[in-house]
Write a protein that binds this ligand. Sequence first.
Ligand code: G6P
Length: 491
Amino acid sequence: MTSNDVNIVLVSNRGPVSFLESDDGGFETKRGAGGLAGALDPVARRLGDHAVWIAAATSDIDRAALEAGAVDDLEEQLGYPVKLIDIDEDTYDLYYNHISNRMLWFANHCLWDEIGIERFGDDALRAWNDAYEPVNEMFARKVAEAAAPDALVLFQDYHLATAPGHLRRLGDRHTISHFTHSSFCGPEGLDRCPAPIPRSIIEGMLGADLLGFHVPDWCEAFFQCCEAIDARVDRTEGIVHFNDRRTWVRSYPIPTDATELKERAHSPEATEWTKRFRKDTDGPLVVRADRAELSKNVVRGFEAFGRLLDRRPDLSETIHFVACLYPSRESMPEYRDYTEQIQRAVDGVNARHPDAIRLFLEDDYDRTLGALRIYDVLFVNSIMDGMNLVSKEGPAVNERNGALVLSRGAGSYFELGDHAVVIDDPYDTDETAAAIERAIEMPPDQREAHSDALRKIVERSKPQDWIQAQLDDLEEVSRGAEPKTPASPSR
Ligand code: G6P
């Protein structure tokens, strides 16, 4: 256990809450989206004023709340202080949309061909120089200002890849970690960014003492990028040596909170959805739940399902597919187009097989949990995915010994692959259709054995263990020792 008086600084683009306008013209808060906030918040709460969370003001309302002093009240509400960085709107747009969520997101998920981008050019380089780097430096300065002398600093994700390097350049001597929540593609992903961006990203990350990824494959992809800039990689020890510094690299697969999830899945709201889905479906139920996101490969998933029904008219009469999708990053044209493509793909299948797919395109977690409780097949066909928490949430709440169809590109394949029907090539819709078919027709005893095994795996750790392991390792590293977590094994 980390000693109680340790000081930590959590640093992420999106903070633990975002602000909304309340009816009386004041502010109210909404929990930050994604697994990141859920995993880090309990640690910050436990540490109280020994923790501070630094994030960006991500919207006009966040900026107004900052100006009005509402951010200072968060300490009372959350139990720990939060500091938001005020970044002007245009700069934030370039840093967040153009670089983080377009160039780096697509690079980290090997999605260049998917979006038809051969290379990024001068505009991207300008956005990098004028926005991404200055914003990362702003984060670094804020950390230098806010961190107690003995504090451990934990940067999160690809939005802040170069912040550790900036902090070092400021002469800072804190012990620093950086965790990448997405997948990592390797040199063939990064090299389509204009020079010097690939090198700056790797050098920036190597400003940290400890780098975390969800699974060993992403560590390996990172090692290859390090070798591409002539850093020395020791895979046995899990260390990268560069410019007289050493950086430990470890994998920490993020868990879901199975107990909390089960409770929420039995709330009256979620239960109502379970009942409705049960009433409306008389045959096997296939479920997917994702952000409407290119890396999740949603369109090919529906096409594969359509193909299966085309060649199996017997199935077509009874099977249903419930898709709970959440609109995401709607300020970006790639995401708006993709959402339209999703709708067209569903219409195409439903025109041939009426009502086969029920598509929900709005954020409703209770509905998702309601559907997850009763799937026969949980369908995850991501091209690449840092972890894919849905593939863990499903087995945690499912009550039907449901089978898991899982792409090899999802980080969770590392832990769950032995008990899933695996899609080797998520671009191949025939293979994907065959995987859904195999999952539907899996004999009951096999389904039971696999779903028991999946449940055990997802129940064996909690998000708090995930962050605690990183804190313990960082404390070791700050003492000059090696992390307790061993170097990543390869699968
Ligand atoms: C992924 C990223 C997170 C991000 C989340 C939601 O999980 O790893 O850093 O917060 O997506 O995306 P958004 O752009 O809405 O923050």
